[in-house]
Write a protein of this length. Sequence first.
Length: 143
Amino acid sequence: MTIYTIGYEGVTMAEFIATLQGAGVRRVIDVRALPLSRRPGFSKSPLKASLQEAGIEYVHLKALGTPKRGRDAAKKGDVGTLTAVYDAQLELPEAQAQAVQMLALADEMPSALVCYEREPCHCHRTLLLHAVGEDREVVDLYA
């Protein structure tokens, strides 16, 4: 099975949706701890509404997000701290349960994990899939 990832850094909502549709993505799985954004349209409610209008389902799995200390490390490019913080996050029972849920959702229909960072190597979504992605093929989308 394939799991897509996408970041919305530097893109418009139209570009974001067009990229998802072009890849055949039918569900977005938001893996942000805080689904808020300074970018217009990318906070949880408006994002969900725009995706639904485009025929794409939206699911938020909060426990798969990065705690504040990890987000701060990511902003500074401190991959070591981000990795350590996120590894601890994935040990929590709620994160483990949501990881199982994420894989089940992705197996049901083409799904993309969404977070802010354009480059997946700077984002916890890559750490997440390395930790729990099992035999899934990962395809990183760029708008």
